[in-house]
Design a binder for this molecule. Structure first.
Ligand SMILES: *Cc1c(COP(=O)(O)O)cnc(C)c1O
Length: 469
């Protein structure tokens, strides 16, 4: 296959993509595939001889779409969205054609500078203070890992960068039980050990209790531990919990801790000023992560980290060996020094296209609609016999149970969820909350409509009524 073939086949791919999106509503949201089914359709070894684009494309069409869960389906209500706007897909097509490695300014000046300008646009759009600068990572997990590595090295006055952490008292990180498992993973990967992640107690609203945070730090200090950092949750993955950012950062500051705010999902909503009270005090954070790839339409992967001061993170992670020096341009920004991998994709392009094609008002309107429609659905389910709202809507997320009188609510809810997802019109996932099996409902697909959200009520009540004797 050469560039002339690519010219033809990329047009065919674009035609296919149009039809795919045009027919998404008719496809079952969740893949109807059993484990091993796709692998069994592929030859056991790579071909020795070149194959034709016709054959490759035919197999793609025959094997792939039917065995995919359709994340861009307007009735995808599972996990969190990974929404992709058409403008973002267009930008990815162009970034794909240029195929640069954007590791250094010199290796891709436009990519570096567009990244600087786009993170600046987003900083303003989220209403964050002017001292924050941003960079783009692949995922929130990597942003949180970067922040926790910075907490670790800062707590040892950077001795750990050269010597490792063998000589130090156990380094402690604090987070609430509602924070994402990426915090646990980061603590493990940073070599701190799971038991040094202190899960601070929450209040009745599942928000971190700042007094319990203070007590936990003081107890650790008395016991000879080294408190290093605090991770706050702004829109937790399970039920959307929000920690009181201002009060917790104040406690962390008193004890000299570095602070990181995980707003991977909810951060996108902060383009709407009315939601910003949910993270009031965020300007006091050292690091903030949010994923435009979840709810803003700049498709996966695109995770933005804002840093009050990039210097500490660069001190932990930034290396500039001779072969990466940019002669005579030592003061340019080389974003690989801010992030884990050396190689970097041109992710800023899709932000640029997306922000321009829809404007902040277009993106705000979507977020507001999703929040309003999800609230409306929660009320419909609350008013339906045998359904119980287990956690109230927080932005566009709530949880519920199917709990008919005298039945085993956990088992009935699990059975209902399975029926719903086998049906295919909608896709929902579950979480465990207070030991109960609950269904999570969140909306955020780019093309989702009010009717799409209402379908959840229709499908739930249909299967619930079949369950009646
Ligand atoms: C989705 C999510 C993450 C992980 O995001 P990735 O980008 O997939 O690593 C972390 N924290 C929260 C709150 C999330 O919702």
């Amino acid at each position: 296959m050469n560039h002339e073939d690519l010219h033809l086949w990329s047009k065919r791919a674009a035609d296919w993509a149009f039809d795919y999106h045009d027919t998404l509503r008719d496809r079952p949201v969740r893949a109807r595939a059993s484990p091993g089914e796709t692998a069994a359709k592929l030859p056991a070894t790579a071909p020795e001889q070149p194959e034709s684009p016709e054959a490759i494309f035919a197999d793609f069409k025959a094997i792939v779409p039917g065995a995919m869960t359709h994340w861009q389906h307007p009735r995808f209500f599972a996990y969190f969205p990974a929404n992709a706007s058409p403008a973002s897909m267009w930008a990815e097509q162009l970034a794909n054609a240029i195929a640069s490695n954007c590791m250094l300014w010199q290796a891709s000046p436009a990519a570096t500078e567009i990244e600087q300008v786009m993170t600046g646009w987003l900083r303003q759009a989220l209403g964050l203070a002017g001292h924050f600068t941003g960079t783009i990572h692949d995922s929130a997990t990597t942003c949180t890992l970067s922040a926790i590595i910075t907490m670790r090295d800062r707590s040892t006055s950077w001795a750990s960068v050269e010597q490792g952490i063998t000589g130090s008292a156990p380094i402690r990180i604090y987070a609430s039980a509602q924070t994402h498992s990426s915090v646990d993973k980061a603590v493990r990967l940073a070599g701190l050990g799971q038991q040094n992640l202190v899960k601070v107690g929450t209040n009745a609203d599942y928000a971190m209790d700042p007094e319990k945070l203070d007590a936990a730090i003081r107890a650790d200090l008395r016991a000879g531990y080294l408190p290093a950092g605090l991770v706050l949750c702004t829109g937790g993955t399970s039920i959307g919990a929000f920690d009181p950012v201002a009060a917790c950062i104040e406690v962390a500051r008193t004890h000299g801790l570095y602070t990181h705010v995980d707003a991977a999902w909810a951060g996108s909503a902060m383009i709407c000023p009315e939601f910003r009270p949910l993270w009031d005090g965020v300007d006091g954070a050292d690091s903030i992560v949010f994923n435009p790839h979840k709810w803003l339409g700049a498709q996966f992967d695109c995770s933005v980290q804002f840093l009050a001061d990039p210097a500490p993170q660069i001190r932990s992670m930034g290396l500039r060996p001779g072969y990466l020096q940019t002669q005579g341009q030592e003061d340019v920004t080389n974003f690989n020094e801010w992030t884990v991998p050396l190689g970097r994709r041109f992710r800023a392009l899709k932000l640029w296209f997306c922000l321009r094609a829809y404007g902040l008002e277009g993106l705000r309107a979507r977020v507001r609609d999703h929040v309003a429609w999800v609230a409306e659905l929660a009320e419909m389910l609350r008013a339906t016999p045998d359904f119980r709202i287990t956690t109230e809507p927080r932005l566009a997320l709530f949880t519920f149970q199917y709990a008919p009188e005298g039945g085993d609510a956990d088992a009935l809810t699990a059975a209902l969820l399975q029926n719903i997802n086998d049906d295919g019109r909608i896709y929902l996932t579950q979480t465990t909350h207070e030991g109960q099996f609950v269904i999570r409902m969140t909306a955020g697909s780019f093309d989702c409509t009010r009717d799409d959200v209402k379908t959840v009520h229709q499908v739930c009540t249909e299967y619930a009524s079949q369950d009646q004797p």
